[in-house]
Design a protein around this ligand. Structure first.
Ligand code: SME
Length: 164
């Protein structure tokens, strides 16, 4: 099954949604809600924030999820350790995958990196295997940049401390 998302529209809607609002917690929350509403066949969309040496659950839509993920653990922690986007077609084949929602079959995780500092990750799960295409990778990388700017411009709202 192939899912088409108009990412130029989604990016424009995302920018409009946060325009003029400095509070990054509110903005990240709204952006996660927009992703969850807009993307087909998605059962979880949210952000984990890097606090010290672990990821801690941030704003999200979907079922309640595990709160803390160590760097290097699961898909999220691996994306941080390797500082790269991970697109997993079948989470059951990913060694160490952390199952928060048993329905999840595929997953995409984009690290949020500002000036070489990892601020967190954008994590999206799907109940469909191989849900995310190269077009999704590109589009969600753009959305992740917007999330990163939001958080880096007002880090205190999301409880982050930027490196000097
Ligand atoms: N599956 C993730 C954990 C977070 S939930 O999907 C919301 C992982 O393996 O890191």
């Amino acid at each position: 099954m192939h899912y088409e998302t108009d990412y130029s529209l989604l990016l424009a809607q995302s920018r409009a949604l946060i325009e003029g609002e400095p509070d990054s917690l509110a903005n990240v929350s709204n952006l996660c809600a927009l992703l969850f509403q807009t993307l087909d066949a998605v059962n979880w969309a949210g952000v984990y924030l890097l606090r010290g040496d672990e990821l801690v659950l941030g704003p999200f839509q979907g079922q309640n999820a595990c709160v803390r993920i160590a760097i290097g653990a699961g898909v999220c922690g691996t994306a941080v350790a390797e500082r790269r986007l991970l697109c997993v077609d079948d989470v059951h084949q990913f060694d160490g995958h952390i199952a928060c929602d048993a329905a999840s079959q595929s997953e995409i995780v984009v690290p949020l990196i500002h000036n070489e500092q990892v601020l967190g990750v954008l994590d999206i799960d799907s109940p469909v295997k191989a849900r995310f295409s190269a077009a999704d990778e590109r589009g969600l990388a753009d959305i992740a940049q917007l999330l990163t700017h939001c958080m880096a411009d007002h880090p205190q709202s999301v409880g982050l401390i930027l490196n000097p």
